[in-house]
Design a binder for this molecule. Structure first.
Ligand code: PMP
Length: 480
């Protein structure tokens, strides 16, 4: 009760608002894939502080790296030269293909995307930016302008985060964000955040993504044909977006390799490849937001973009980079970095020695513990088993994702594909928690359960979750 009182009176109201559960869960300890609340109840953590705890809560080797660095040096700023920063940058760069060679260290994903936006505009001399519907790129005022999801925006006239006011040249590209539903509803919500102001970006969104054909059940011929159709349609809409903006004004295209907050949304095959080509033809640069998909989370690759056969001009990272320690980064080409070097870029905490020591140990652990392989193996197993539940239950509309970046989209029924109501989602969500598993929620309509655990979970953990999830749906059906 005392903690609730403090939380209500002294913590930010937003923190209260995003409290996921009816009764707040007071977590006070974690170890690897497990969390404990103040009453000593243990939870299997399948959300990892929003895909952030990459190698495990309080991983002993990360803790040792932090402790060791804390005894030596906490802070100097990058005015001075210190080994941890340089060792880390050299190491991180080795994970990228040419020509991605220059690292900038920040403290969060939003900051990384702000910086990327600035660098893209400086380098190209252009201003317009394209982001995809359903995307999330951050909550800082600038990054909020990139974020599509209206739930994370503020309805202020000329507010920076507002879709079409102070960031007038952010075009929402064609991707809809849901396999199960048409998307114009989202557009209405987007519009409501900018009352009385209209621009082409909004209208373009209205026309986009009106297909229902993307409910991927299996990769049979009909489905593949369907994906191809969708692909053509979406690329067509991207072309339309590009043609409507003054073609030579494009600064950048931002895309998450798999949408995270949007609900593990994947693009049709070759979508990003074609998008990159179109953007580059018009003088823009391509930015992959790997804040959620990086560091092996997608299992098959270390970076999500590698699954799309593209090389971005810039990659932004955060979350898993520090296993929960606040950190972010941007990597780009020497050419783009040279344009940026014309000014002075200063960031007091970016590249903090402790953060660098932690992040360096995270890279080592991913190698030593075979983390990416776990993500691939356990993730693939979960996908197969969840697909069985999808075939069994009318209310599971879609199971998608890659590695340990999984979305389970809940629907009223498979014919209408209407999203399951908020109340019903909460019911299942609470039940899962009461049985000892923490998962996430997301999607444009809040209709997608998100599974993105620390990448040290085992097949046994997956089985435990599957049994819990199955039971929670059975319970839900019985109550109906
Ligand atoms: N990009 C993506 C893809 C994200 O998921 C997030 C956070 N959910 C961000 C950027 C912003 O990161 P941060 O909260 O660290 O600012």
């Amino acid at each position: 009760a005392r903690m609730m009182e403090i939380r209500q009176q002294n913590c930010s109201p937003m923190t209260m608002k995003v409290t996921y559960y009816k009764e707040p869960v007071f977590i006070h300890q974690g170890y690897m894939q497990w969390l404990w609340d103040v009453d000593g109840r243990r939870y299997l953590d399948l959300f990892a502080g929003v895909a952030t705890v990459s190698v495990g809560h309080c991983h002993p080797k990360v803790r040792a790296a932090a402790e060791q660095q804390m005894k030596k040096l906490w802070h100097t700023t990058n005015i001075y030269v210190y080994p941890t920063l340089h060792e880390y940058c050299e190491k991180l760069v080795s994970y990228f293909p040419d020509p991605l060679k220059v690292i900038y260290l920040t403290n969060s994903g939003s900051e990384a995307n702000d910086l990327a936006m600035l660098m893209a505009r400086l380098h190209t001399g252009n201003y317009d930016i394209i982001t995809l519907r359903g995307s999330y790129h951050g909550g800082s005022p600038q990054a909020m302008g990139l974020t599509s999801n209206a739930a994370y925006k503020y309805p202020i006239a000329n507010g920076l985060g507002c879709t079409n006011t102070m960031c007038p040249d952010v075009f929402r590209g064609p991707w809809g964000g849901s396999h199960c539903r048409d998307s114009p509803v989202q557009t209405t919500r987007e519009c409501s955040c900018a009352q009385g102001t209209k621009n082409t970006a909004m209208q373009l969104s209205v026309h986009s993504s009106n297909t229902k054909c993307c409910m991927i059940k299996s990769h049979d011929e009909a489905t593949l044909k369907c994906i191809c159709m969708a692909n053509e349609q979406y690329i067509g809409q991207l072309q339309e977006t590009l043609a409507t903006s003054v073609p030579t004004r494009i600064a950048a295209f931002f895309g998450e390799p798999i949408q995270g907050v949007g609900g593990a949304v994947q693009y049709p095959k070759n979508y990003l490849k074609q998008a990159y080509k179109l953007v580059r033809e018009r003088g823009g640069i391509c930015i992959a937001d790997e804040v959620q998909t990086g560091f092996g989370r997608t299992g098959s690759h270390f970076w999500g973009f590698q699954g799309h056969d593209v090389i971005p001009d810039m990659v932004t990272m955060a979350k898993g980079i520090g296993n929960g320690f606040p950190m972010g980064a941007v990597v780009t080409t020497p050419e783009i970095a040279a344009s940026f070097a014309k000014g002075i870029h200063f960031n007091t905490f970016g590249g903090n020695p402790v953060a660098c020591a932690v992040a360096s140990s995270v890279l080592d652990i991913i190698k030593e513990d075979g983390t990416q392989k776990v993500s691939l193996d356990v993730g693939s197993y979960l996908m197969v088993e969840l697909a069985k539940l999808r075939d069994k239950y009318e209310i599971i509309g879609d199971v998608r994702g890659k590695g340990l970046q999984i979305g389970v989209e809940m629907v009223k029924d498979k014919v209408s594909r209407d999203p399951l109501s908020h109340q019903d989602m909460v019911e299942i969500f609470e039940d899962v928690k009461d049985m000892g598993v923490l998962i996430g929620k997301g999607g444009v309509y809040g209709q997608t359960f998100r599974i993105k655990p620390p990448m040290c979970i085992t097949k046994e953990d997956a089985d435990f979750f599957l049994a819990v999830f199955n039971k929670s749906i059975q319970n839900y059906m019985e109550r109906r």
